[in-house]
Design a protein around this ligand. Structure first.
Ligand code: CCH
Length: 291
């Protein structure tokens, strides 16, 4: 017999307070490590949670956040996941401090904490994911390719079980963060406030004039006014396609509608393929922000 209850995996049943402690640790580390990128690891934590979840295939039930198989080299090395080692390294000391939480639950909690700490909406959270071994790694090609158009977006997101409105709501995450030439090959942020959750992405899509950037890199657009912001071909697809554009219009006009729909759709994304047991299903947890 050794260790406290919290060290004895299997006997310890973590409660809301325990998850709030993990949340607080993530929030504290976000605050501390403010010399990264635009001043926050928040965006890359959101991307980690999304790429862990976005491999889901509703037909086969494979992929999704249950498993954290991006830890292993076939999946961690997929081109779409370039740069996410930074996010996994950020989370590692937190996993060491709270060994009872699975990587799969922790990475999603990281996404939840990042969104809330970057002034986004509350994201209700349910734990219950189990880590899987490398045999569960998903094949390459399940995540979206930024050089493609609306039919590719539909192929990818319908496979996960999303509809057009949900695709547009999820895409608002590009208010956050930036593209890195040494990761995706693309360059620059989408908005002027890449560490704050806003509906600016939709406003800029509609209100700016976007021109092809003249450079040697992959095809991307730049704003006519400052030439410092960017859009990917898949971002532009949201205003080129009528069914998508009606939602861009709505979210550009109404940030609170965006917040509500974004929260709902990100919870759905984060829970794809997670087998919550009916009997042990807890009420979703809503964590207190540190602000
Ligand atoms: Fe994204 N995204 N994303 N994205 N993404 C990139 C960065 C972020 C696509 C391509 C890219 C979503 C949807 C799409 C974030 C969240 C979401 C990059 C740059 C590319 C390329 C990576 C780099 O160079 O570091 C494509 C295509 C789609 C199609 O829909 C969705 C959905 C979400 C979340 C809900 C976030 C956050 C970032 C910023 C990461 C960072 O490091 O700053």
């Amino acid at each position: 017999l050794s260790g406290s209850a919290s060290e004895t995996k299997g006997l310890f049943t973590p409660k809301f307070e325990d998850y709030q402690k993990v949340y607080n640790e993530i929030a504290e580390r976000l605050e501390e490590k403010d010399d990264y990128d635009d001043g926050s690891y928040g965006p890359v934590l959101v991307r980690l949670a999304w790429h862990a979840s976005g491999t889901y295939d509703k037909e086969t039930g494979t992929g999704g956040s249950n498993g954290a198989t991006m830890r292993f080299s076939p999946e961690g090395d997929h081109g779409a996941n370039a740069g996410l080692q930074a996010a996994r390294d950020f989370m590692e000391p937190i996993k060491q401090k709270f060994p009872w939480i699975t990587y799969s639950d922790l990475w999603i909690l990281g996404g939840v904490a990042a969104i809330q700490e970057m002034q986004g909406p509350a994201i209700p959270y349910r734990p219950g994911r189990q880590d899987k071994d490398m045999a569960a790694c998903t094949p390459d090609g399940r995540l979206p390719d930024a050089t493609k158009n609306q039919s590719h977006l539909r192929d990818i997101f319908y496979r996960m079980g999303f509809n057009d409105q949900e695709i547009v709501a999820l895409s608002g995450a590009h208010a956050l963060g930036r593209c890195h030439t040494d990761r995706s090959g693309f360059s620059g942020p989408w908005t002027f406030s890449p560490t704050v959750v806003t509906n600016e992405y939709y406003k800029l899509l509609l209100n700016e004039k976007w021109n092809w950037k003249k450079w040697n890199g992959p095809k991307q657009l730049e704003d006519k006014t400052t030439k410092t912001l960017m859009m990917l071909p898949t971002d532009m697809a949201l205003i080129q396609d009528k069914a998508f554009k009606q939602w861009v219009d709505k979210y550009a006009k109404d940030e609170s509608l965006f917040f509500k729909d974004f929260s709902n759709v990100i919870v759905k994304l984060f829970e794809l393929g997670v087998p919550f047991e009916e009997t042990t299903q807890q009420a979703p947890m809503v964590f207190k922000t540190t602000a």
